[in-house]
Ligand binder design. Sequence first.
Ligand SMILES: Nc1ncnc2c1ncn2[C@@H]1O[C@H](COP(=O)(O)OP(=O)(O)OP(=O)(O)O)[C@@H](O)[C@H]1O
Length: 284
Amino acid sequence: MTDAVRTHALFKRYGQQIAVAGVDLAVPAGSFAGLVGPNGAGKTTTLSMITGLLRPDGGVAEIAGHSVWHDPVAVKARIGVLPEGLRLFERLSGRELLIYNGRLRGIPRADVEERANELLAVMDLTASADKLVVDYSTGMRKKIGLAAALLHNPSVLFLDEPFEGVDPVSANTLTEVLRRYTASGSTVIFSSHVMDLVERLCDWVSVMSAGQIVAQGPLTDVRGARSLNEAFLDLVGGAPGGGEAGLTWLGSQSGRTPGQAPGRTPGQAPGRAPGQGPEQGPAS
Ligand SMILES: Nc1ncnc2c1ncn2[C@@H]1O[C@H](COP(=O)(O)OP(=O)(O)OP(=O)(O)O)[C@@H](O)[C@H]1O
């Protein structure tokens, strides 16, 4: 079967900084796929190149066998995107936004209205449908963004951090919608830092580190006998206890004035409170 998404040697440089260093991504159709990696690994840059938002410096990206950069119309008809830092038409209401998106996609007005109403209901946005998007909360923006990305029934849906700022109830709604969507044979690819979430939702995982794919395949293979979080830390070289190095000044607030080292008053030797020997308890 053709992969829903495939890239070969995808490359992007910003000045001296190589953001994506030859990525070979493969996501089978019908997958619920997670793209994970530490901050700055190149996930957003990769997704931007695959969705036609950013021109690669090298390599190829294909959606269902269509080249993103040579056959952009065919690709854009097949994909839905919920990008990072989502920009929406703020002065439209949620309903107007969906109808506008649907009409831009060439969907007949009656169909757009029907789909918009259904999506608003599923996303629990019916009561806010006529409110301006500028007045939506973070979670509501994610939901209307997802509704807009789903309206034309794409075969591949790209989501950059879709659950960020979304409350547990709304996250549950989004999860259900996405599960239904992949169960029908469509593909979801989402980036996230939340390993528990990826482990719970995804059946396919691609792990990126320093601009490259360091592991990719079915979740159970990538994870092995470990949790995905442990596998991730092994793969990306997260030093166990790395957060304990340095920062000796951090914490120990008691008996200290601002700017003073912990546990010390001016003129006192380090490590002992005035008038207190090592075995001495508090004065009674
Ligand atoms: N527009 C830009 N100009 C210069 N450097 C950039 C630009 N966009 C990204 N980078 C650099 O490219 C590298 C990859 O960034 P990218 O945003 O793709 O990472 P990411 O994996 O999505 O990170 P995060 O998890 O923090 O969102 C980083 O080193 C980043 O500083």
